[in-house]
Design a protein around this ligand. Structure first.
Ligand code: GDD
Length: 306
């Protein structure tokens, strides 16, 4: 495998790079950071630059990770999210179409594509109708529709991963597990005087997978995924944010006061997002290996040490 990872310096990109180290020649793009020889400074908003890069590298597989991923931020930066996620993907798919439409491309979507679930559905599967409720969800829906379009119309060898929440050490602030663990770690390190933890909505439920399992799923999807298809990447287990918070609080040696921060409450959000992982399991045998409690502890330890 000769792999090109767009967004290689991001949270998932770094984990994917280390997973692929003994399986592939790895190259990557980054918008700003060209610290190593195999990383190219390319913004996907330039179709010309992406095309030249693909001509030069001639990858067999592309993992398209670049894009904006913070659901809450998407309410403030609607146009930026459409630019980065939708226009960026169009440029990449156009480049592949022109250079070599046999390159296997894996795009990354999101469970946010499903959005508002109709009826009493317990778990969303790939056939569940898409009703996004955030600008970010809309941008990722567009990506999944582009995958179908480029496959049907141009025969592109492109598959779509639909990951649910992925977490782990090194994820930046702005995502719930990092936000909680960071603040609790700061309090325990004695770095802030008031032991106050600012929280958002604790009543939602999400399906959490360790990023190190997610990148293994991406590898399987890129190798075995059927062109034009989408695959959920998830555990099938829903966890309330309240329970995540309680787990982190159990690591604390100090008593902590909880304060709801109105700026963390979203204009709209999905109360419960749990996925059915069976389609990917049937195709590849992929299952998450890590336990949620171990991942949460790793995240807490990361913030204690950083
Ligand atoms: N970020 C954050 N910070 N969320 C909080 C907080 C807080 O302090 N307190 C409560 N929440 C709630 C949010 O309101 C949401 O219901 C839930 O925790 C998860 O929030 P995020 O971690 O920001 O994730 P997300 O579900 O909105 O989106 C993530 O998962 C998607 C896949 O399901 C992101 O990683 C997306 O990029 C990804 O596609």
């Amino acid at each position: 495998m000769k792999a090109l990872i767009t967004g290689i310096t991001g949270f998932v990109g770094k984990h994917l790079e280390s997973f692929l180290r003994d399986k592939a020649d790895v190259y990557g793009t980054s918008r700003s950071n060209r610290s190593k020889n195999h990383i190219f400074e390319v913004d996907l908003l330039s179709e010309t630059k992406v095309t030249r890069l693909i001509e030069e590298i001639k990858p067999t597989h592309i993992f398209h990770l670049a894009g904006l991923s913070n659901v809450k931020d998407s309410w403030k930066q609607k146009a930026d999210f459409i630019q980065a996620n939708v226009i960026g993907t169009i440029h990449l798919l156009e480049a592949v179409r022109k250079v070599d439409n046999k390159i296997k491309v894996m795009t990354v979507g999101s469970s946010e594509e499903y959005g508002r679930i109709q009826g009493e559905l317990d778990k969303v599967i790939e056939e569940t109708a898409l009703h996004p409720v955030s600008p970010y969800g809309i941008s990722k829906c567009a990506v999944s529709m582009l995958v179908s379009l480029y496959h049907r119309s141009y025969g592109l060898n492109v598959v779509h991963a639909r990951p649910f929440n992925h977490i782990g050490p090194g994820q930046r602030l702005g995502f719930v597990t990092s936000d909680f663990a960071y603040q609790i770690a700061l309090i325990n390190k004695g770095r802030i005087d008031d032991p106050i933890l600012r929280i958002g909505n604790l009543k939602t439920a999400r399906d959490f997978t360790d990023v190190r399992d997610i990148v293994e799923a991406y590898y399987n999807i890129a190798c075995f995924g059927i062109a034009g298809e989408a695959y959920n990447v998830c555990t099938g287990q829903g966890v309330y944010i309240q329970d995540i918070l309680e787990k982190f609080l159990s690591y604390s040696n100090k008593k902590i006061e909880l304060v709801v921060d109105p700026s963390k409450i979203r204009v709209a959000e999905v109360p419960k997002l749990v996925g059915g992982p069976e389609k990917l399991y049937k195709l590849t045998g992929w299952k998450p290996k890590r336990k949620l409690d171990d991942t949460l502890k790793d995240i807490y330890d990361y913030w204690i040490n950083n």
